[in-house]
Design a protein around this ligand. Structure first.
Ligand code: PEP
Length: 250
């Protein structure tokens, strides 16, 4: 089945009002309604108002990089899904490996965050992936399945049907090392098969993005794989010409 392609940028903790304006202006000019993929940028939360004002009315969607599992309350520093919705977000990343590693987010917490996002109508981009150690120990399937199981248990088929999954091998993020198209395809197919055990139709329709040093030179081949439905782009999303080239290769 053919699924729409999504190219989403993850700006991580980069940007300034001035730098964002020039990047967003270039993206707005380059992403026309005729462009094949859906395009989104996930930006640092303080810049959501700016991004909303510059991108409003364009075909580019925007989102955050994390969301609280709580709706409101005494959670200093946290940002709720409702707050993201106030700034027009369509997406939020959930469970990025940097959140899992540096903020000790557990599989259960990632699933709870995804549920909080869905409750408000945001589309969670659920990040899963193994470390280099885990891949070398032949534990990729086991780790990714464990991460998925927590999500499946909490969201069920209904929640998954409104979510996006991003397979991001941790060893390929920001390292310049990309999974080969065959390595990535194998894990994507495994993820789809895992979801198919819950609901075949949801699995067929699910967008599964690849993330990890995607760049203009490798984007076409990666996104040409049968189970790769787009990309989650870190470093290359900060350079308008690179991000647009990836969009044009999708
Ligand atoms: C990411 O941070 O999600 C990512 C894929 O980063 P990079 O493209 O820089 O590897």
């Amino acid at each position: 089945m053919s699924r729409p392609t999504l190219v989403a940028g993850n700006w991580k903790m980069h940007g300034s009002l001035a730098a964002n304006l020039s990047l967003l202006t270039a993206l707005r000019a380059g992403v026309t309604p005729a462009l094949k993929p859906q395009v989104a940028v996930c930006v640092p939360t303080p810049y959501l108002a700016q991004v909303q004002s510059v991108l409003a009315g364009s075909p580019i969607a925007w989102g955050a990089q994390d969301v609280s599992e709580h709706a409101q309350g005494a959670y200093t520093g946290e940002i709720s899904a409702g707050m993201l919705q106030d700034f027009g977000c369509r997406y939020t990343l959930v469970g990025h490996s940097e959140r899992r590693a540096y903020h000790h987010e557990t599989d259960a917490q990632v699933a709870a965050k995804a549920e909080a996002a869905l409750k408000i109508g945001l589309t969670p981009i659920l990040c899963v992936g193994e470390t280099l150690e885990e891949r070398e120990a032949d534990a990729t399937t086991q780790v990714v399945t464990r991460q998925l199981d927590a999500i499946i248990a909490r969201l069920g088929a209904a929640g998954l049907s409104k979510s996006v999954i991003a397979y991001e091998p941790v060893w390929a993020i920001g390292t310049g090392k990309t999974a080969t198209p065959q390595q990535a395809q194998a894990v994507h197919a495994m993820i789809r098969a895992c979801i198919a055990q819950v609901d075949g139709t949801v699995a067929d329709r699910l967008q599964i993005l690849y993330g990890g040093s995607m760049k203009p030179a490798n984007a076409k081949e990666l996104m040409g794989q049968p189970d790769i439905d787009g990309g989650l782009i870190g470093g290359a999303a900060l350079v308008a010409t690179d991000f647009l080239a990836i969009c044009n290769n999708a």
